[in-house]
Write a new protein. Structure first.
Lengths: 154, 295
């Protein structure tokens, strides 16, 4: 019985660790995609003054090969929503961008894109640098907690 | 019996915030359908032009609704329409032209931007192939193509007539080489016609380019005005291309008081002047005046 309990605790800890690691990996990937979306929007506006529906159509076409691609988005807000949801607190930056982009003239829009891109790049770099340590932590922490429970109760 | 749906107006208003569009459509139906223009004013009551008559309707457009309308008409991309907004209009993705009025920001005497748009004039485009019926015979004098200048006051139907003319010429047998210089995206019709549409080109550059590269039999262009347009048209005429153009004018005298147009008429670039008048109670215009120049 004790052995079964220990095995169960260890398995649960491993599953929890894997779940947390996956969440962190998803967060970093969502940031990378958000950054690429903002860059794509900025470049298309800067060089072609393309309207947003056209920019998004191209963005969606590029993503069609993406295995975890989402339903086609008609607006930047729709494209940004799933990414922002996976980005945690940093998602606010993307939501604010999606709400404001296109509402102003060229210089204003490019300044918004540049600001968002810079902030997102910073967040992405920090998240990417912290990822190995966090992944190790998320792997080890539930296991250590499980061992502590075993020592106390078994 | 339910009233007939005005799909043209519905399409033109599809970019507006839905509650505002619904109110205006309801009012447009009461104005008898066949809406030609919808005019929106920030904080003011909307105006509908229908069947040549103007109606003030009980729809007041708030500041937020006006901003949302501008955003919708721009497809959420104001920056992409900055150039045309500076010139007083914007063209939606559906090809609908909207006159824009607001507070201009100027630098060195040039408009750099228009802030706080205060009024919009949405022109409902209509394809009326028969709108060119009265003009076509004037274009073919003794079998050969002649250059014509169509004039009327604003809103009578010059653009509609020119659009119809492009379609009719594009269908002609034996085929004619027809080029349309569509600076303001008002003349382009859906694909499927054998017409060269120069969309968004400045008039003078478009005319020069069309003559040089597409060798048209006839060139169509809307709202000619300045010296540059006149020079380009004179060059096209000299190259052997007939021109059908339109210009704003209240009368023949007003028309020929404009130096650029006077020069073209005196130089016999245009063979015929055609004045248009609105047929009472309809959206159709008919020629009421035509004058052949000395040959």
């Amino acid at each position: 019985m004790k052995l079964a309990g220990m095995i169960l605790l260890t398995v649960c800890a491993l599953c929890l660790g894997a779940y947390l690691r996956r969440g962190e990996r998803e967060r970093v990937r969502a940031m990378e995609r958000a950054l690429s979306l903002v860059r794509h929007v900025r470049r298309k506006i800067e060089y072609f003054s393309a309207p947003l529906p056209e920019i998004l159509a191209e963005w969606e076409a590029e993503r069609s090969a993406d295995p975890d691609g989402h339903a086609k988005a008609a607006t930047v807000a729709e494209a940004a929503a799933p990414l922002a949801a996976r980005m945690g607190g940093d998602g606010e930056l993307l939501r604010a961008f999606a709400a404001e982009v296109g509402g102003g003239y060229r210089e204003e829009t490019l300044a918004l894109c540049a600001y968002t891109e810079e902030r997102l790049a910073q967040c992405f770099a920090e998240a990417q640098a912290a990822y190995p340590a966090r992944a190790r932590l998320y792997g080890a922490l539930p296991l250590l907690a499980a061992f502590a429970v075993m020592i106390v109760f078994v | 019996m339910s009233p007939e749906r005005d799909t043209g107006t519905e399409a033109a208003l599809s970019c507006l915030p839905p509650p505002l569009a619904a109110q205006i459509l309801a009012c447009a139906a009461l104005c008898g359908g066949g809406t030609e223009e919808v005019r929106l004013y920030r904080g003011g009551q909307a105006i509908i032009v229908s069947g040549g008559k103007t109606y003030r309707v009980g729809v007041t457009v708030s500041g937020e609704e006006m901003d949302a309308a501008v955003r919708g008409l721009c497809g959420g991309s104001l920056y992409a329409h900055a150039d045309t907004i500076r010139e007083g209009y914007l063209c939606t993705a559906q090809g609908i032209r909207v006159g824009v009025c607001g507070r201009a920001v100027c630098r060195d005497g040039r408009i750099t931007a228009v802030e706080e748009i205060t009024s919009l004039c949405i022109r409902v485009p209509r394809t009326m192939p028969r709108a060119a019926d009265g003009i076509l015979p004037l274009l073919f004098g003794e079998g050969s193509l002649r250059s014509i200048l169509i004039w009327s006051p604003p809103g009578v139907g010059k653009t509609t007539a020119l659009r119809a003319l492009a379609l009719r010429l594009g269908e002609k047998e034996p085929p004619l080489r027809v080029a349309v210089i569509d600076t303001r995206f008002e003349l382009c019709d859906p694909a499927g016609t054998s017409v060269d549409y120069y969309c968004g080109y400045p008039r003078d550059a478009g005319i020069a380019m069309a003559v040089r590269t597409m060798s048209p039999d006839i060139l169509l262009c809307d709202e000619i005005a300045g010296e540059a347009d006149a020079r380009a048209i004179a060059d096209a005429h000299a190259a052997g291309t007939a021109v059908a153009a339109t210009a704003h004018a209240g009368s023949r005298e007003d028309l020929l008081e404009r130096p650029a147009l006077r020069t073209l008429w005196d130089a016999r670039v245009f063979s015929v002047l055609v004045g248009l008048r609105r047929v009472e109670g309809t959206v159709r215009a008919e020629p009421v005046f035509f004058e052949e120049g000395a040959s």
